[in-house]
Design a protein around this ligand. Structure first.
Ligand code: BDP
Length: 720
């Protein structure tokens, strides 16, 4: 019996997405469950997918598209989708003009689709009603196939389709912070999905499902290893492992990249230096690039963290970031590879304001980077906080290709257990108008690249994926992977629309339940800001692991690692003065924004204490004092989570039992931790200002000493 049970468990665990695992709702299938909400919907889908017509020699990408459509249609309608050479009524036709020259006669706007875009159109062709999925390349067809499946699942009228879409951002790349021992820096979803030890010989079926999930969103690149990189990842045995993964991902339009350690020529090349101007070092990197491309012909390139948090870099030799990046760019250029050079740096000496340092170092280098270098900038000037203003480098380097880096793994937003949907955070930064090149120079425009210099652009997401059965450690964190991919493809998509798409495919619930799920998701990020760092506060998290609140910490090795450095609370007031009277970080923004942020009354309240140091008695727009407002926000955030928990409970009849229970359990944790955040921060700030709590406010559950005494030596994601 036990044996049988184990056998059954093995079979279930090995079931790929979309296969006959329909009765298991454990989150493994992500948004690719392919189940119809109603038999009517299934029948409608079947009537528009009676046969699948392709032309030409099927490339790997076309084969992947065909396999996915067959899997999807079978799942959604219960009908097989036969592949045919001749048109049938209700055909799905997958075609590029090259493979099917007859397509040209239809005069479709294919030019605008570029090499990855697609077009879906219901039309009559040769007397038959068909659905055309057209693109210029087979990768475009793959994306088009996924778009058709998405339309089918969201109840679109499949007989009147007329969509066309091309990615606005050229490179849409996941960054895995995965170590070679399979631990994951800031990973909260188990260990690395890359079973490095078993690779290259053993290739988990999961790699294919990973690639399918990414391709369904248009993600076209993945950096396999941690930015805090080990040189070993560039040695032959590790390149063989990377090559095996590249082979699995190729049919899905995904290129593999590696994080490169700047000092690798010394560590694995036996050289005495890694100076980017040393000819021997340059030769070494050129040979290394040649070796990589021999194994991985479509290798994407290197991601580099240099001279940041102790990592080696060009400044160790008195060279600039541009000189360092250009050396690697030169090695990759003959093969069409790129360097993603991170701007997350802060100098070894503690300067006036950590928020200013990346701009100070990189802005003067504009125009000095090789054309295949992309400078990768975090969304805000500090570090993936619940809320930051956009990074002032966006728009400030018009001659440089730029990437926006966001963090899907929620290091500063409650790890995997807090339900925090990041769509609104992505939107906030993407839509932020830098005003640097006149009105409308939004961050989205900057990373869309193009312009006279024809720069490429990119968006990178620090992955939240691990070996957990549900991939991301919690069901709702899948939505952050989803939103990253969809919004990198089209930064104009609204977080609400994306949430709805995701929830519809993931839970397949009835519309009323979907409204409720989406509404919780949309409120969740603001709730987290409120219970963690309201009104522009930032970096109040516990030391090292960043788990929970520790606003009192003031004794770290570097002053600018201390929460007290960031909030600057005293008996008199709170906040970081970044106006001309303070650090003058505001001057890094375009003049109208610099002026706006310099004035208390013009600064958005949600960034108030980011830019200003204010007395506790400062009058807020609500008429309340700053102190009262702060406590109120903390209360509001914590109460919101209690409300989410209640609302989720009411959704029980509409969500399958296991996933409902999983989310409910996580919400209990989130509710407890939101209160902990609120109580610890209120207790601490009160100990600093000595003011009474606003009338009717609940006192913290424990004295401050209790919160200060909490230790979490084994918190996840923090290698030490
Ligand atoms: C910080 C993380 C650290 C990363 C660093 C980075 O705490 O683990 O290495 O960002 O982005 O937020 O390089």
């Amino acid at each position: 019996m036990a044996m049988l049970f184990r056998l059954l468990a093995c079979l279930l665990l090995a079931t790929p997405i979309g296969a006959a695992a329909h009765d298991v709702e454990d989150g493994y299938q992500l948004w690719l469950r392919y189940r119809s909400a109603t038999p009517q919907l299934g029948a409608r889908i079947a009537s528009t997918a009676r046969c699948l017509v392709t032309a030409g020699t099927p490339s790997l990408q076309l084969q992947a598209a065909v396999a996915e459509l067959r899997l999807g249609v079978q799942g959604l309608s219960g009908q097989r989708l036969p592949v045919a050479r001749e048109l049938c009524a209700g055909a799905l036709v997958l075609a590029t003009p090259e493979a099917m020259p007859a397509l040209r006669a239809l005069k479709l706007p294919l030019q605008a689709l570029g090499s990855e875009g697609y077009l879906l159109r219901s039309l009559r062709w040769r007397g038959k009603a068909v659905t055309l999925i057209a693109a210029n390349t087979d990768t475009g067809l793959l994306y088009g196939g996924f778009a058709w499946l998405r339309a089918a699942q969201s109840g679109a009228d499949l007989q009147a389709l007329n969509q066309q879409s091309a990615p606005r951002v050229a490179l849409r790349v996941l960054n895995h912070w995965d170590n070679l021992d399979r631990s994951v820096e800031r990973g909260y979803a188990g260990s690395s999905i890359w079973d490095w030890w078993a690779l290259p010989d053993m290739r988990s079926a999961r790699y294919v499902d990973y690639a399918r999930a990414n391709a369904s969103l248009g993600i076209n690149g993945t950096v396999l290893n941690n930015v805090n990189a080990k040189a070993e990842s560039l040695t032959a045995p590790w390149l063989a492992k990377a090559a095996a993964l590249a082979e699995v991902f190729r049919p899905y339009g995904i290129r593999v990249y590696l994080s490169a350690r700047f000092s690798a020529p010394m560590e694995i090349g036996g050289l005495k230096s890694a100076d980017p101007l040393d000819p021997a070092v340059r030769r070494w990197w050129r040979a290394k690039a040649d070796e990589i491309y021999q194994r991985i012909p479509d290798f994407g390139g290197f991601l580099v963290k240099a001279n940041s948090e102790g990592q080696p870099g060009p400044q160790d030799y008195g060279r600039s970031h541009a000189e360092g990046a250009n050396m690697l760019a030169e090695a990759l250029a003959p093969h069409g590879g790129r360097v993603m050079w991170r701007a997350f740096v802060y100098s070894p000496e503690v300067g006036a304001d950590r928020a200013q340092q990346a701009y100070d170092e990189f802005k003067p280098l504009d125009g000095r980077f090789a054309s295949n270098v992309i400078v990768q900038v975090k969304n805000g000037p500090i570090d993936f906080q619940p809320r930051e203003p956009f990074h002032p480098l966006f728009g400030s380097m018009p001659k440089t290709a730029m990437a926006l880096e966001v963090q899907l793994t929620k290091e500063y937003l409650g790890f995997a257990s807090h339900l925090v949907y990041l769509g609104p955070l992505f939107e906030e930064v993407l839509k932020a108008d830098t005003l640097q090149q006149g009105p409308g120079s939004t961050v989205a425009r900057v990373i869309a690249g193009g312009g006279p210099a024809a720069l490429p652009g990119a968006m990178a997401g620090v992955a939240n994926i691990g070996s957990d059965r549900n991939w991301t450690g919690s069901h709702f964190d899948q939505a952050n992977w989803y939103a990253f991919g969809r919004m990198a493809w089209d930064p104009d998509l609204s977080p609400a629309a994306v949430a709805r798409e995701w929830a519809g495919q993931t839970f397949g619930s009835a519309p009323a339940a979907l409204d409720e799920i989406v509404s919780i998701m949309l409120a969740s990020r603001e709730a987290a800001v409120d219970y963690m760092t309201p009104l522009g506060l930032h970096h109040l998290m516990g030391t090292g692991h960043h788990y929970g609140p520790a606003p009192w910490v003031d004794d770290l090795e570097r002053a600018d690692w201390n929460p007290t450095y960031f909030h600057r609370a005293s008996r008199l007031g709170i906040g970081f003065d970044r106006t001309p009277g303070g650090s003058n970080a505001v001057a890094q923004y375009a003049p109208p924004l610099a002026r706006q942020f310099a004035q208390v009354r013009d600064t958005p309240e949600n960034l108030l204490l980011w830019f200003h140091h204010l007395p506790w008695q400062h009058r807020m727009a609500s008429g309340r004092s700053l102190w009262h407002e702060l406590v109120l926000r903390y209360d509001r955030g914590a109460e919101k989570v209690t409300e989410f928990r209640r609302r989720w409970e009411a959704l029980r009849p509409h969500v399958d039992a296991q996933r409902h229970a999983d989310v409910a359990a996580a919400l209990v944790v989130q509710e407890r931790e939101a209160r902990w955040w609120r109580d610890a921060c209120v207790a601490y700030f009160q100990s600093v200002n000595g003011l009474p709590l606003p009338e009717g406010t609940r006192p913290p559950e424990h004295p401050l000493a209790h919160y200060k005494g909490l230790r979490f030596p084994f918190a996840p994601g923090h290698g030490g």
